[in-house]
Design a protein around this ligand. Structure first.
Ligand code: FES
Ligand SMILES: [Fe+2]
Length: 273
């Protein structure tokens, strides 16, 4: 029998409610929680709204950070996640609209569909101005969620693909070297790679970021930068150049034999960086 649970009355904010934004998102509740806790993506995925973020504290409870908006405003934001009640509350502690609260409740409709209800509470707002301010918040959230859905859906797609594609790698012929234009994308054993020329040499690197599977493009000056959180990697050594504790795994070897380009699996010993 399903567990019977009761929760206390909805503890609404004491601030004036200026509006609500509601949307069914094509992602799981888990992807949404992950996204709520992911403070790092703000100036990258939402680059038109935020230009910088500096974290003060973070944990499974949420995070508090100093952000810079695209209008060059400094905001101190805090997000608190309450999984038990399927909600997270974002508060502006300092800056424009200081004291405002955004309450997001999430309702799983199915494994990959979640209904969200986002309520905006703003202090010191005349009743006549509530609708205008509420609409401005709703427009902003529509835009932010458009960007988040693109990231969350792509991450889910890559997670699913990873599970499906645990096959042994072999080798793959990409075609004659004269007919190929680099950089190019290639697949081997279900994994995607980007093959590009680095200092005149053909090199393959994984097309997915080791952090959270963000999409990686061709290397520029021997480096790739992930658009989701801005981590940069040296494609030769795999070193993370922005200092985070992750490495780009080795791609397959690229060789040209009899005028044809091959991707070949490295032996395990060589591949372990
Ligand atoms: S997925 Fe986070 S930096 Fe690439
Ligand atoms: Fe986001």
């Amino acid at each position: 029998m399903a567990e019977d649970r009761r929760y206390p009355a909805f503890a609404a904010s004491l601030l004036p409610h200026v509006g609500t934004y509601r949307r069914v998102l094509p992602v799981s509740l888990e992807r949404l929680y992950e996204n709520a806790l992911d403070w790092e993506h703000l100036p990258h995925v939402h680059a038109s709204s935020f230009t910088a973020i500096e974290i003060e504290d973070a944990g499974p409870w949420g995070w508090r950070a100093v952000t810079k908006t695209s209008r060059d405003e400094r905001l101190v934001l805090e997000l608190r996640l309450d999984r038990e009640c399927r909600r997270w509350i974002t508060r502006t502690l300092e800056g424009a609209n200081a004291g405002s609260e955004i309450w997001t409740h999430a309702f799983a409709i199915s494994a990959r569909r979640t209904d969200i209800v986002v309520d905006f509470f703003v202090p010191n707002v005349e009743p006549s101005a509530r609708e205008r301010i509420g609409n401005a918040f709703a427009d902003l959230y529509r835009h932010l969620y458009d960007e988040d859905v693109a990231m969350m859906s792509e991450r889910q797609r890559q997670l699913d693909k990873r599970i499906e594609s645990e096959r042994d790698a072999e080798s793959v012929c990409l075609g004659s070297v004269d007919s190929l234009t680099f950089p190019l994308r290639a697949e081997m054993a279900g994994r995607d790679y980007v093959v590009s020329r680095v200092d005149g040499e053909l090199l393959a690197h994984v097309a997915r970021c080791p952090h959270q599977l963000g999409p990686l493009d061709a290397a520029v000056d021997g480096q790739v930068r992930c658009p989701w959180h801005g981590y940069r990697f040296d494609v030769r050594s795999g070193e993370c150049l922005t200092g985070q504790a992750c490495r780009l795994p080795c791609g397959p070897d690229v060789s040209v034999r009899d005028g044809r380009v091959w991707l070949e699996r490295r032996d395990k010993k060589k591949a372990a960086r």
